[in-house]
Design a binder for this molecule. Structure first.
Ligand SMILES: NC(=O)C1=CN([C@@H]2O[C@H](COP(=O)(O)OP(=O)(O)OC[C@H]3O[C@@H](n4cnc5c(N)ncnc54)[C@H](O)[C@@H]3O)[C@@H](O)[C@H]2O)C=CC1
Ligand SMILES: O=C(O)[C@H]1O[C@H](OP(=O)(O)OP(=O)(O)OC[C@H]2O[C@@H](n3ccc(=O)[nH]c3=O)[C@H](O)[C@@H]2O)[C@H](O)[C@@H](O)[C@@H]1O
Length: 437
């Protein structure tokens, strides 16, 4: 089977590569010529564990091709996936211009039956707009070519994208015809040979499922952050609460980690978009509004703790930061708590020294050289008045605390991800603060 995936970002590149790994012939398409040129030269646009090797293997086997021209492969493929970006509009709703552009290109150039599947995260009603757009273009050409649209939201996590795509908990597919259902079944069967967990449903429900999933996960995190903040006031330990409630099957133990707020390209954007969709329909999403408010506050919590430690006097302090990416195993800094914290530190007159194992180039691209990029974790803490842990990369878990203590001007550690042991940190002579303990 031959397919095209339009949009070679996190989702498009990972999905395309994984489909190719299962034997499908895949054309990955992007308008970004530099990206495609790099991919053709084996240079990955993103850091994702296992991706480079898998891309190169499938390219070599001739199952994976990269192109800037969708029209070139349109008549060879049976299915076109749209995995282009859906960034927030000025008012927070999802901007569908790229999704509809893909539909337009398909409608203008198709010559035989095609199934256009939207993989991007899009609000309910988008498939209808995609269908209309293709139909309009066909009408302009005076052609009557059959086609289908489908919704197949993606649930992969950055940093574990290959694993999530290759062995998904489930696959959600919204379809309107048997032909589309049969094509999607053929495509996904290899991933779920022993336990076929494709959940077929109507298209609006599939579109909504994606937002509900992200909103639920974001809600759990904001809920735990709220509980953590209360724990600090009343003298309880949020880690104990997490274990205590997570063992209840009905609650489950994942996504209950309190911290310095959720970031990334999706939770913030999707929570906003769902609130917007609801508002447009005249329904206020009160819980989600609170989820967003709590998260916005939480991104400043390390800064507030720091301010408290220095009685509001931060001018001229040297602050070390471990972790810039919005989470470990990625170089993505979209909506990263580090950006909020760095901005506040610089405005308060601090001198910032940061280290991240992979996101420093991305940070340079975003904020330039307004902070010092350290060579390693130890270089970051030289003469620092405080160390802020923002991203829980593995290499931050067991540093030589003796060395860190010697290098710092003031032994203050504020841990935004609760990865250190309170007693041990005190034994090393640190003033240690964390979240909700
Ligand atoms: N990043 C993630 O972990 C996940 C993202 N999603 C959703 O998937 C969608 C894509 O997200 P990402 O992959 O992160 O975006 P991205 O920004 O990494 O990639 C999007 C790509 O689409 C390309 N593009 C835009 N218009 C195009 C066009 N007309 N033709 C060809 N290419 C075009 C861009 O050049 C870019 O390379 C979004 O809706 C997002 O919400 C869903 C699940 C996970
Ligand atoms: O729609 C998407 O794009 C994706 O969004 C998230 O994936 P991702 O943003 O890659 O990363 P997560 O692992 O979910 O982490 C998001 C943020 O929440 C934070 N987080 C996560 C879990 C937790 O317990 N506590 C917590 O603060 C992380 O530090 C990070 O900043 C979802 O987990 C994916 O299922 C979804 O496909």
């Amino acid at each position: 089977m031959k397919i095209a995936i339009v949009g070679t970002g996190y989702v498009g590149l990972v999905s395309g590569t994984c489909f190719a790994e299962m034997g499908t012939e895949v054309f990955c398409v992007d308008v970004d010529t530099k990206k495609i040129e790099n991919l053709n030269n084996g240079i990955m646009p993103i850091y994702e564990p296992g991706l480079e090797e898998m891309v190169n293997r499938n390219k070599k086997a001739g199952r994976l091709q990269f192109t800037t021209d969708l029209t070139e492969c349109l008549n060879e493929v049976e299915v076109v996936f749209s995995a282009v970006g859906t960034p927030p509009d000025e008012d927070g709703s999802a901007d569908l211009k790229y999704v509809l552009e893909v539909a337009r290109t398909v409608g203008r150039n198709m010559t035989k039956y095609l199934l256009l599947v939207t993989k991007s995260t899009v609000p309910v009603g988008t498939a209808k707009k995609v269908r209309q757009t293709i139909q309009e273009e066909l009408d302009k050409r005076g052609l009557d070519i059959p086609f289908d649209v489908a919704s197949n939201p993606e649930f992969l996590k950055e940093g574990a994208a290959i694993k999530d795509f290759m062995s998904p908990d489930r696959i959600v597919v919204g379809v309107e015809s048997e032909r589309a259902q049969e094509l999607m079944t053929r495509l996904y069967r290899p991933f779920l040979l022993n336990n076929f967990r494709v959940i077929f449903m109507d298209v609006p429900s599939a579109e909504m499922t994606k937002y509900a999933a992200n909103a639920m996960l974001a809600t759990r995190i904001s809920f735990m952050n709220d509980i953590a903040n209360l724990c600090e006031i009343v003298g309880a330990d949020v880690n104990m609460i997490r274990k205590g409630i997570g063992t209840d099957d009905r609650i489950g133990h994942r996504f209950l980690y309190a911290g310095c707020g959720y970031g990334g390209s999706c939770f913030p954007k999707d929570v906003k978009a769902l609130i917007k969709t609801a508002n447009k329909s005249g329904y206020p999403m009160r819980i989600l509004q609170a989820v967003e408010d709590v998260n916005d506050e939480q991104k400043s919590i390390l800064f507030r703790k720091l301010e408290k430690q220095f009685g509001g006097q931060l001018q001229g302090r040297r602050i070390a930061i471990w972790g810039l990416a919005f989470k470990p195993e990625t170089d993505d800094m979209r909506e990263a708590p580090s950006l909020v914290i760095i901005d506040k530190l610089l405005k308060a007159g601090c001198d910032v020294r940061a280290y991240d194992p992979v996101a420093m180039d991305e940070s340079r691209r975003r904020i330039g050289d307004i902070i010092y990029y350290a060579k390693d974790i130890y270089d970051a803490v030289v003469d620092a008045d405080a160390l802020l842990l923002i991203t829980e990369w593995k290499e931050f878990r067991m540093p030589s605390w003796t060395a860190v203590h010697k290098l710092m001007a003031n032994p203050l550690v504020i841990d935004g991800r609760n990865i250190y042991d309170i007693k041990e940190m005190e034994e090393y002579g640190f003033e240690y603060h964390c979240i909700g303990r």
